[in-house]
Design a binder for this molecule. Structure first.
Ligand code: ADP
Ligand code: MG
Length: 209
């Protein structure tokens, strides 16, 4: 039986105080079942329904490892849509108040590349984006993923349904092999299992009904 208190995790007092400010009194079930392993560095496949708190499960994982003094992209989150990327970036920004000055950039389609390129030139710690646009930046060499410590595939089932598999595979290959990879999905059918197993190393599998 896991503790559902955030204080059971190896988080700084500042980070815990920010969680309290956000009204996060207890971990949700998916957070309690994944965060100890995520903070220990394990790869993860987590299956849980919408609204179960998956963003903080990976967000706390990314932020725990992040070095704000190092201006390199250390966390990358892939999302199926622009709306979801914006939501995830918003949640990460709230969580990051417990860390300090963390620059979080969203890179999604439907807007011009130029301002995104300018933002990238100024440096970012975490990028949240959609596979198509991330791939475009890689193709133009305007995005460097060589320092990514944590790679998140959020709503992996939706991304593969939308035909993003090839883009995702290209993006994964631009990140370091020694990264931590976290996959979140509402469903986890066999075809996604086969498609993504090469991205993960000995992952913990958690399913919350
Ligand atoms: P999912 O990605 O699983 O659909 P979200 O990460 O978007 O879910 O979280 C749903 C809502 O729950 C968000 O508004 C988030 O801020 C809130 N939330 C997440 N974790 C907690 C927690 N431990 N305590 C209170 N609220 C939380
Ligand atoms: Mg989500």
């Amino acid at each position: 039986m896991q503790s559902d208190s955030f204080t059971s995790l190896a988080l700084t007092p500042q980070f815990l105080a920010n969680l309290t400010t956000l009204g996060y009194d207890h971990m949700t079930q998916v957070q309690a079942e994944t965060l100890p392993s995520v903070l220990a560095g394990s790869d993860l496949i987590a299956q849980a329904k919408t609204g179960s708190g998956k963003t903080a499960a990976f967000g706390i994982g990314i932020l725990h490892k992040l070095n704000p003094a190092w201006f390199a992209i250390q966390g990358l989150v892939l999302c199926p849509t622009r709306e979801l990327a914006d939501q995830v970036a918003g949640e990460l920004r709230r969580l990051a108040r417990g860390v300090g000055n963390v620059k979080i950039l969203t890179l999604t389609g439907g807007v011009s590349m130029r301002p995104q390129i300018a933002s990238l030139e100024h440096g970012a710690h975490i990028v949240v984006g959609t596979p198509g646009r991330i791939r475009d930046h890689l193709g133009r060499a305007t995005l460097d993923l060589a320092n990514v410590q944590t790679l998140v595939l959020d709503e992996a089932d939706r991304m593969t349904d939308m035909g993003f598999y090839d883009e995702i595979a290209g993006i994964v290959s631009a990140t370091p092999k020694h990264r931590q990879t976290l996959l979140f999905s509402a469903t986890y059918p066999d075809d996604i299992r086969f498609a993504t197993q090469g991205f993960l190393r000995d992952p913990l599998e958690v399913k919350v009904e």
